[in-house]
Design a protein around this ligand. Structure first.
Ligand SMILES: O=P(O)(O)OC[C@H]1O[C@H](OP(=O)(O)OP(=O)(O)O)[C@H](O)[C@@H]1O
Ligand SMILES: NC(=O)CC[C@H](N)C(=O)O
Ligand SMILES: [Mg+2]
Length: 505
């Protein structure tokens, strides 16, 4: 899950895109980039790092034009260390196209070979997004051969792309001299929405928070399979380009990835997290008697809404026992286990008085590799807690995710092939309570307003919890191939042996 944004205005857009990327920073911390368009010429600046570090004043001055796009990257394919794989990507023909992508292609390997052998196109990085751009270029070239570019050709190109691409993709692209083309995969796995401000500037973005935070009015989500073209005058043309689109948004967006103040496909992320706390409360009481819990403490940041609701329903005091260092980013999306582990300690510090002599129930939104939980449980014990219980607002993450969350190896998942008791022993808590898969799905769907209708959803993409891959073409070979092209980071020996099961006897 990266953050993407595109803008068509009649005033300079560099600052607007920068501000939107800041609002989407939680979706990617690894690299950032902006392209603007002025008189058919693209201006680009991209580099590794957070938005505020990547763009200095001199870089901003070198981004003129009233049309542009940007991205914050969380690598899921290719090389996390490569500056070249920061987005946007550029290709010179046809017309000149730049593109940003959120998601993960599951057939990038086959497409790369096909692009070379059949389409005679060269890609120069390991990024699946560069492959995606070249497929767009190829299909656009084919659709416009011998004719003037018109919206019909743009939509025909997206239609052909849907036939070639597999996996998840929310895309924003700029076509020099023409306008902005945005589209979403036929399963609607990754989010994308559209809005406008009082001056008539149009914006597409991954999350509604980017629109609302900048004074734009949210207009609508882009539908699965739909393409939206915004011409240079700001006029929006939309067309359904997929044959049988269905809406299956990624459930992990609601659990962890998105900001709580965003609404995606009609579902408020905050309300979904409150609901998850509510259903989690039922699981907690069936495992630990509430009278045995003195205090409920969230593991900041993302678990807070679920923890407040849980505490409210159980009638147990809610306390902020961990203080978060706001200058350390999100741990889960950092590349490399060593960095993630170190960051948990740097990021969270316990207030000993909230733990001393108490039975505490710690609440997290999810437990993936178990990095956070293991450190936090130990910190709670070090701070003097008597008993440390742990509850997760999401069920065990047992299967690889191949749609844009970097957790494709089963071996990395603390819950894979382990019983709850084994996981509990590994994490080191006195009781471990997980949400149930169906309860999680119901809790998120319950946050869909009656008017928008739960009926528009075919389901929620929840493969990392239930092992069901909505695109239907994910087997062990596909997962192995993607593993071979994962963002790789050097691991220490200690990291490698980290998940070895301790002797439980
Ligand atoms: O089991 P793990 O592999 O540690 O992953 C799960 C943890 O990572 C995330 O926190 P993160 O620090 O990324 O972000 P947050 O501040 O939004 O909670 C998530 O909220 C869990 O706390
Ligand atoms: N998280 C994402 O959306 C990643 C986009 C793309 N697959 C990359 O690795 O750069
Ligand atoms: Mg967290």
């Amino acid at each position: 899950m990266c953050g993407i944004v595109g803008v068509v205005s009649n005033a300079p857009v560099n600052q607007l895109i920068y501000d939107a990327l800041l609002l989407l920073q939680h979706r990617g911390q690894d690299a950032a980039g902006i392209v603007t368009l002025l008189d058919r010429k693209f201006f680009m600046h991209k580099a590794k790092g957070m938005v505020k570090d990547v763009f200095r004043t001199r870089n901003m001055r070198a981004l003129p034009g009233s049309v542009g796009l940007g991205q914050v990257r969380y690598p899921t394919a290719g090389n996390a260390y490569s500056e070249e794989e920061a987005q946007p990507f550029y290709v010179n023909a046809p017309f000149g196209i730049v593109l940003v992508h959120n998601g993960n292609l599951t057939n990038a390997h086959a497409l790369r070979a096909e692009l070379f052998s059949t389409d005679h196109r060269h890609t120069n990085t390991e990024s699946d997004s560069e492959v995606l751009l070249n497929v767009l270029a190829n299909e656009l070239e084919r659709a416009t051969r011998g004719v003037q570019l018109h919206t019909d050709q743009l939509f025909a190109a997206v239609k052909s792309m849907h036939k070639r691409l597999r996996g998840s993709y929310a895309v924003v692209s700029l076509i020099s001299g023409q306008g902005l083309l945005a589209f979403r995969d036929p399963y609607g796995i990754r989010p994308l929405c559209l809005g406008r401000n009082a001056e008539g500037t149009a914006m597409v973005a991954s999350e509604s928070v980017a629109l609302e935070g900048l004074g734009f009015k949210f207009e609508r989500d882009i539908a699965p399979g739909e393409a939206v073209f915004i011409d240079m005058q700001g006029q929006v043309h939309a067309h359904q380009c997929a044959e049988a689109p269905t809406l299956n948004p990624c459930i992990f967006e609601y659990v962890y990835l998105a900001r709580p103040d965003s609404t995606m496909d009609g579902i408020s992320v905050y309300q979904a997290r409150l609901n998850l706390g509510e259903t989690l409360a039922k699981r907690v009481v069936s495992t630990v008697p509430p009278s045995d819990i003195d205090v409920i403490i969230p593991i900041p940041e993302s678990s807070r809404p679920s923890a407040t609701q849980l505490a409210h329903l159980l009638g147990i005091p809610y306390r902020e026992g961990f203080v978060k260092n706001r200058y350390v980013g999100r741990t889960f999306i950092m590349p490399g286990q060593g960095e993630r582990k170190k960051s948990v300690r740097q990021k969270l510090n316990a207030i000993a008085s909230e733990f001393k002599g108490r039975n505490v129930l710690l609440v997290d939104d999810s437990i993936v590799r178990g990095t956070t939980s293991r450190e936090i449980v130990q910190m709670a014990r070090d701070a003097g807690a008597r008993k440390v219980y742990l509850a997760s607002a999401a069920p065990p993450v047992r299967y690889p995710n191949v749609y844009g969350i970097d957790m494709p190896t089963k071996g990395e998942l603390v819950a894979h092939d382990r019983t709850i008791e084994e996981i509990r022993a590994l994490i080191g808590c006195d009781a471990l309570i997980y949400q149930d898969v169906d309860a999680m799905k119901r809790a998120v769907m319950k946050a869909a307003p009656a008017t928008a209708g739960a009926s528009k959803f075919a389901g929620l993409e929840a493969s990392c919890f239930d092992g069901y891959y909505v695109t239907g073409d994910i087997d062990t070979d596909a997962i192995n191939r993607m593993n071979n092209n994962r963002p790789r980071v050097e691991e220490t020996e200690e990291d490698a042996s980290r998940l070895a099961l301790p002797n439980l006897n």
